[in-house]
Design a protein around this ligand. Structure first.
Ligand SMILES: Cc1ncc(COP(=O)(O)O)c(C=O)c1O
Length: 617
């Protein structure tokens, strides 16, 4: 096919050839075409690149650095165009045709280079923040004698073209907005019911700090943190910039069990976060995984294997708690003590025994009807058969069961019993860690030391990562420990940044301070609201028990649902009611929340609760 290349493009091709010779290469590739464009220096392509804010010398240097190590031999005679470069020339002709130009100019050549995203030229330009779409826009503007004026804008603004997420509640459509409704019906058609029906119809688009924006442009105050994940707040610039840099520098690859610069560094940082009083755990090791459920699976297997390897093959049982939630993979599901989560899945794991949770709000009853006291529950610990038990697993507070807190005395008695009986203590802090409860780890409130610690959620904020931290000798008892995505480069790097933000910004202290304020306000509401049976709070996680009346403490899931929906309509995002009776409203904002923001959210909750009480009275 003959194309009408302008004389300038022909000069660019000649200069590309000369650049290839200068660099000692035996081919002409996309990188040489880019160098040709820069060296020729007078075409529309260079005007456009300059308009987009590029320093062409820096681009030239980047190309030279990039190809410096690629080797190649000087050849006599003419070096050939690579097949890729030939395609670029064809592509340039197509771009010209699409733009209704009778000639193929440097601007069309530039577009073709950018369109081939895997080409060296496109990758280098992408590293400078240049993409096909914006370049084409600028070309159209330049051809019309204008410029889009993108030069000098902050890179993120250039890319997204969006105003920052508002730092206040702002509802601009009727709710749900049209885009959220469309997403809901798409989800109904293609996803399990949990997604479309479980939650209020909020279609996540983006977030910043404690505010999240839906796909319709409405801004909500977030009392969910995702699902207790965004501890450092949404859309943290430091984390986003890290991800951007990694994408630009092509760092996001799968490293599997090979070394990568982030995974071992993350393991070390995790070990440094273990409190000093945990003399054994502090000198342990961290195994980086992807989801909380995996950490639970591993923790139980690790405990049983360690018991076997240290002379206790008969210790194969795991003791867990009624009402527990440890995840949804088979082993984790069965370690959980919520019937609906495990029943009917056909796989039973007999070595898990459930003991009662020491609930003092709705205590268990003795055969004669007397309610259990704390001492009764503690006495129950002695009934566990230590001889067959490898480990006890518990959440530091029970999340899914409705933010149920353990009495301190009970956990201390349990930990002491475990020590005495060579039973390992597995603490599942997938939900409770990384500052959430006002201590870096929630077990610190009780001054107990786990043998194995399960971590997840807030550890990495915006990408999936989880970890098992265990005593050194327990890790030494294991066989091969690996997983495809465990400790992957992207998640490990993000977790490192996330934990550093948590520590440097002292967000744990903020959680304790604002949490105490929220606790005061929420408990204060109990006097005024007949349906608010209890308010439990630890740092920035809390549960509001919605009941039919305070005397019977009967769960009132309908009223709880109405409150969650009512808050949604006023711009406060809450997760669907949790708890064994489906009646507990979970309050869990990001740890960056201020007292004023927390107060604004509580005002909404308070008002909506009054409204719901009025409707159901
Ligand atoms: C205490 C606890 N353990 C384990 C899990 C499971 O984590 P994942 O959903 O990441 O598998 C959860 C999730 O909510 C949890 O709250």
């Amino acid at each position: 096919m003959q194309h009408m290349f302008t004389d300038r493009v022909k000069r660019v091709m000649e200069m590309a050839r000369q650049e290839s010779v200068r660099l000692g290469h035996n081919y002409i590739g996309t990188e040489h075409l880019l160098l040709g464009i820069i060296r020729e220096g007078k075409g529309k392509a260079t005007t456009v690149l300059i308009n987009l804010g590029l320093n062409l010398e820096a681009v030239k240097k980047a190309v030279e650095d990039y190809v410096a190590s690629s080797g190649g031999k000087k050849v006599e005679g003419e070096a050939p165009f690579t097949p890729r470069a030939k395609n670029i020339l064809e592509g340039a002709a197509k771009e010209a045709k699409e733009m209704r130009s009778p000639f193929v100019g440097t601007e069309h050549l530039l577009l073709a280079l950018l369109k081939d995203r895997d080409g060296v030229a496109a990758q280098i330009l992408a590293a400078f923040g240049v993409n096909y779409e914006e370049t084409r826009e600028e070309i159209v503007a330049v051809l019309g004698g204008r410029t889009t004026g993108k030069k000098g804008k902050a890179p993120s603004q250039e890319k997204g073209g969006l105003a920052p997420v508002k730092q206040r509640i702002d509802i601009v459509t009727s709710l749900p907005g049209p885009m959220s409704s469309a997403l809901q019906s798409l989800s109904e058609d293609y996803e399990p019911a949990t997604f479309a029906h479980g939650q209020v119809p909020f279609g996540f688009r983006r977030g910043k700090g404690v505010f999240v924006e839906d796909v319709d442009g409405n801004t909500f105050l977030d009392f969910t943190s995702g699902v207790l994940v965004a501890n450092i707040g949404h859309g943290r610039t430091r984390v986003m910039e890290k991800i951007e840099q990694m994408a630009r520098d092509q760092e996001i690859t799968n490293s599997y069990n090979f070394l990568n610069p982030y995974r071992p560094a993350l393991a070390r940082l995790l070990m440094e976060t273990v409190p000093d009083y945990c003399a054994n755990l502090r000198v342990g090791k961290a195994f980086i995984l992807t989801t909380g459920s995996e950490t639970v699976e591993w923790s139980m297997s690790m405990a049983i294997r360690h018991q076997g390897k240290t002379g206790h093959p008969e210790k194969r049982r795991i003791v867990a708690f009624e009402g527990a939630f440890h995840g949804r993979t088979a082993g984790a599901r069965h370690a959980g003590g919520i019937e609906g989560v495990s029943a009917g899945y056909g796989l039973d794991i007999p070595d898990i025994t459930h003991v009662p949770f020491p609930d003092l709000y709705r205590p268990k009853a003795h055969a004669d009807g007397r309610p259990y006291t704390l001492q009764d529950y503690i006495a129950g610990i002695q009934q566990i058969d230590a001889g067959s038990t490898a480990a006890v697993i518990f959440e530091t507070y029970q999340g899914a069961a409705g933010s149920r807190m353990f009495p301190a005395e009970y956990l201390q008695a349990l930990a002491a019993w475990c020590r005495r009986n060579e039973v390992l203590l597995i603490v599942d802090e997938v939900q409770a860690s990384f500052g959430r409860t006002g201590r870096f780890y929630a077990f610190e409130h009780y001054e107990i030391e786990p043998d194995i610690l399960c971590l997840g959620k807030g550890i990495s904020g915006s990408v999936p990562l989880a970890a098992v931290v265990a005593r050194r000798e327990i890790v030494a008892s294991q066989g091969g420990m690996s997983s495809t995505w465990g400790g992957n480069i992207l998640s490990s790097a993000v977790a490192l940044e996330t934990i550093k933000v948590l520590i440097e910004e002292r967000l744990t202290e903020n959680a304790a301070r604002v949490g105490a304020y929220m606790e005061r306000r929420l408990r204060g509401m109990m006097d005024r609201h007949p349906i608010l049976g209890d308010s439990r709070q630890m740092g920035l996680v809390g549960g509001l028990e919605i009941v039919t009346d305070k005397a019977s403490r009967t769960p009132n899931p309908k009223a709880a649902e109405r409150i969650v929906m009512g808050c949604y309509r006023k711009g406060l995002l809450l997760i669907e009611p949790i708890g064994l009776g489906g009646n507990v409203i979970r309050v869990a904002p990001p740890l960056v929340i201020t007292e004023a923001q927390a107060g604004a959210g509580i005002d909404i909750l308070d008002g909506v609760m009054t409204q719901v009480e009025g409707e159901t009275a």
